[in-house]
Write a protein that binds this ligand. Structure first.
Ligand code: UGY
Ligand code: MN
Length: 268
C-alpha cells in the first residue's frame, strides 16, 4: 500500500450515495427475525434444492417453526428450463403466483395444461395430484399450509390478478383484489394490494390473522410493531397475529404487494 494513490474526492460529492449498494456492504442486511415479525430481504435468501423438484431451486422465507409460530410456508422458486415442481406433502394445500416467465399447470389426469404468465396464479387443494412446470424457466412465489377445514372442500382455482374485481375497502385508498373465493371452503386468501406513491394504510392494523407478504413492486416504509423499515420490491415480511402493521408507499413507482391472510382462524 505504500504507493497506493488515495482518492478522497468522492467523500465530498453529494451524489456519492447513489453509487453505494448498501446490500453489497460486507455483513450489512436489513433482514431481521423478531418474536412477532420478520423482514427478509433479497441478500439473505438461501437457495437450495427440494426433494421432488427438478431443475429448480427454492428459497424459504417463512415456515412454521417454533420460533415463528407461522401456520404457513412461503418460498420463492426458480424453475430453470424444463423445471418441474415436486408435490406438496399429504394434507397440504398450495398456492402459486407467477413472478416471471411462463408456467404450465395441470391437475389430476388432465392432459391440457393451463399456461400462466406473470401476475397469474393457481391454487391446488390438498391431496390433489398436479403438475407445475416451465419449458423456458420461470419464477414463482409459493404459499403452502395444512388444510384446516375438515368436512369442507376447496377446488382448483386459477386466473389472472387483473381479471379479479377491485373490492371496496371502507376508508382505504389502496386497490384490493382477492385471488381465492371468499367462501367457507378456503382457510386462507391471497390479497393483492396496489398503492400509488404517497398512499398509505389508513388503519394502523392489529388483528388476529397472520400474514406473509412479498413486495412485488415499488418501495416505501413498513411499520411492524415499534420498528419502521424502509422496504423495496423483493422484500418479504412475516407478520404474527396482533403485530402492529402499517405501510406507506413512497418514491416514484406504484407499490404492489401479495399478501397471505389466514381467513378462517377462530379469533377465540
Ligand atoms: O387485509 C389485511 O389485513 C391487510 N390490509 N393488511 C396489511 O396490508 N398489512
Ligand atoms: Mn393486515
Amino acid at each position: 500500500l505504500e504507493n497506493f494513490s488515495w482518492d478522497y474526492a468522492p467523500i465530498l460529492s453529494d451524489t456519492r450515495d447513489q453509487t453505494i449498494q448498501f446490500s453489497d456492504l460486507p455483513g450489512f442486511t436489513r433482514s431481521t427475525y423478531r418474536r412477532d415479525h420478520a423482514l427478509i430481504t433479497p441478500e439473505s435468501r438461501v437457495w437450495a434444492g427440494q426433494p421432488g423438484w427438478v431443475n429448480a431451486t427454492t428459497a424459504h422465507l417463512i415456515s412454521p417453526t417454533a420460533a415463528t409460530g407461522a401456520n404457513f410456508v412461503m418460498f420463492l422458486a426458480k424453475l430453470a428450463p424444463e423445471g418441474v415442481a415436486g408435490a406438496p406433502p399429504k394434507g397440504i394445500e398450495r398456492f402459486i403466483f407467477v413472478l416471471d416467465g411462463l408456467v404450465d399447470v395441470a391437475v389430476g389426469s388432465a392432459k391440457a395444461a393451463e399456461q400462466l404468465h406473470a401476475d397469474d396464479y393457481a391454487y391446488f387443494p390438498a391431496d390433489t395430484p398436479h403438475s407445475i412446470s416451465s419449458v423456458h424457466g420461470a419464477g414463482l412465489v409459493v404459499l403452502e399450509r395444512r388444510y384446516a377445514l375438515p368436512g369442507r372442500k376447496a377446488s382448483f382455482q386459477s386466473g389472472s390478478t387483473q381479471s379479479q374485481p377491485v373490492l371496496p375497502c371502507a376508508g382505504e385508498v389502496f386497490l384490493l383484489r382477492k385471488l381465492l373465493p371468499q367462501t367457507g371452503d378456503y382457510d386462507f386468501n391471497v390479497h393483492v394490494m396496489d398503492f400509488a406513491p404517497g398512499e398509505y394504510l389508513n388503519v394502523k392494523e392489529v388483528h388476529y390473522n397472520q400474514h406473509g407478504l412479498l413486495l412485488a413492486a415499488g418501495q416505501g416504509i413498513y411499520r411492524l410493531a415499534d420498528e419502521w423499515y424502509p422496504v423495496q420490491s423483493g422484500d418479504a415480511i412475516w407478520m404474527a397475529p396482533y403485530v402492529v402493521q402499517w405501510y406507506a408507499a413512497l418514491g416514484t413507482q406504484p407499490s404492489r404487494y401479495i399478501l397471505y391472510k389466514d381467513t378462517t382462524v377462530d379469533p377465540g
